[in-house]
Design a binder for this molecule. Structure first.
Ligand code: THU
Length: 145
């Protein structure tokens, strides 16, 4: 991915981060996906007074992608709101895995987008389990055989 394309993805993540609803953690996150069809989808974290019910920015961006009819992630950029680079939580790594190849890129940045880390999904979630590990639908009827 070119530097300009990566800049555009971080710009989208940074813009939607401002819409985050994070009154409990005060940690706003923005995520932006470049789908394999070239479109960009973004999302922010949305917390809840019942804390576990909150959703991550990556999950919101994935939902936007699916709702728009795309389903493959080429690159996902994530930006937090502290000086530390925001790295996706374990659950979101698995959520990304559902829609991304092992060589898809995960680009992560600190609040000011000064420090950036770019890794493959496989580096963040090695030996991952994904849809391709399941038997074909026609073979799912009989457990263990
Ligand atoms: N959060 C995200 O949205 N994405 C991440 O990659 C890390 C954490 C959110 C969840 C919660 O709303 C807040 O950041 C603090 O954990």
């Amino acid at each position: 991915m070119s530097d300009a394309a990566l800049d555009a993805l971080f710009d989208a993540a940074r813009a939607i981060r401002e819409r985050a609803y994070a009154p409990y953690s005060r940690y706003k996150v923005g995520a932006a996906i470049r789908a394999t069809d070239g479109r960009i989808f973004s999302g922010c974290n949305v917390e809840n007074a019942a804390y576990p019910v909150g959703t991550c920015a990556e999950a919101a961006a994935i939902a936007a992608m699916i709702a728009a009819g795309a389903n493959r992630i080429a690159v996902i950029a994530v930006i937090g709101s502290t000086d530390d680079v925001c790295t996706p939580c374990g659950g979101c790594r698995q959520r990304i895995r559902e829609f991304a190849a092992p060589d898809a890129l995960v680009a992560m940045a600190d609040a000011r987008c000064e420090t950036r880390i770019v890794r493959t999904l496989d580096a963040l979630l090695p030996l991952s389990f994904g849809p391709d590990h399941l038997p074909a639908p026609q073979d799912r009827g009989t457990p263990h055989g």
